[in-house]
Write a protein that binds this ligand. Structure first.
Ligand code: CP
Length: 318
């Protein structure tokens, strides 16, 4: 499956993996490789986005994505404005659209948005001239997470084609699982989704992955095992008896990891619930690349901002 790298991104926004062509995904991954080097310099800053303004509009909690975008923007010399719902006029009833229109009156070039409603970034993208970057929308997509996950796998394995990637946990409420499945299947990897039946979404077969309701067969021979947390904030009832029972049947333990390929990587998008979906000895073990994912996230977000800016600014290392 030969995928040619695109020359540029076709749209003004990055709202999901689903609308991207495989060549555009390759372009982002290859561009990120160039930006990774900046983190190793004594002065971690390039003038690429000087004079451009980015609003980080986070309407849901975040540690990794929010700081990763802010670090990426600062390393590219952009001006950054950080918006937190809890200290904004959203608490006085202002809508997302009114918030965005008011922010647009200050002429930002990018809005990075995280929102609990699926489709919020898509709505903003139609409404405002700024480039919209989806930092996670409801249970729909988390495209920059999938890109940094793919980048991490690619750097470790040299490519994605032919890899078997198991994604296990609360698939039903996971935007990370959806974006990763879209991306990995577009680039020729085989995806296995594993969850207790109550944590699988309706119509999961349509995602194009192999579906499992037991963890052990899903892990067998896998090159990558990506664990997901239970998203309590998106559930109005508990979809399994107790956390202890969940751990017994669905946690990645050292014994279960033995079923994967000997070279298998352990991944997790974070935040982790140690002792629920993953055992601490696995999360901190030699096969874990969980913190490498975080490091790679900065390079991916630098690449996305650079490419959406048109790639016409000075190249990263000029
Ligand atoms: N992976 C991820 O989205 O983490 P945060 O919620 O901390 O941003």
């Amino acid at each position: 499956m030969a995928v040619e790298t695109a020359k540029a991104l076709s749209g003004k926004d990055l709202v999901g993996i689903a609308p991207l062509e495989p060549g555009e995904i390759r372009l982002i991954l290859e561009t990120a490789e160039q930006f990774l080097e900046i983190a190793r310099r004594p002065i971690k800053k390039v003038p690429t986005l000087r004079g451009l303004t980015v609003v980080n509009l986070f309407m849901e909690p975040s540690t990794r994505t929010r700081f990763s975008f802010e670090v990426a923007e600062k390393r590219l010399s952009a001006d950054t404005l950080n918006f937190s719902a809890s200290t904004s006029s959203v608490t006085k009833g202002e809508t997302l659209v009114d918030t965005a229109r008011n922010l647009m009156a200050m002429a930002p070039d990018f809005i990075v948005i995280r929102h609990s409603r699926s489709g919020a970034p898509h709505r903003l993208a139609k409404l405002v001239p700024a480039s919209i970057v989806n930092a996670g929308d409801g249970i729909n997509e988390h495209p920059t997470q999938a890109l940094l996950d793919a980048f991490t796998m690619m750097r470790r394995f040299g490519g994605l084609e032919g890899l078997t990637v198991t994604i296990a946990g609360d698939i039903r409420h996971s935007r990370v699982a959806r974006s990763n499945t879209f991306l990995l299947t577009k680039l020729g990897a085989k995806v296995r989704l594993a969850a207790p039946a109550s944590l699988l979404p309706l119509g999961v077969e349509a995602l194009g992955a192999e579906v499992h309701t037991r963890l052990e067969p899903a892990i067998e021979g896998a090159d990558v095992v990506m664990m997901l947390r239970i998203q309590q904030e998106r559930q109005d009832r508990l979809n399994f008896p107790t956390q202890r029972e969940y751990y017994d049947f669905f946690a990645l333990t050292p014994e279960r990891l033995e079923l994967a390929a000997p070279h298998a990587l352990v991944m997790h998008p974070g935040p982790m619930n140690r002792g629920v979906e993953i055992d601490s000895s696995v999360a901190d073990g030699p096969r874990s690349v969980i913190l490498e994912q975080v490091t790679n996230g900065v390079a991916i977000r630098m690449a996305i901002l650079y490419l959406l800016a048109g790639g016409h600014r000075e190249a990263a290392d000029s």
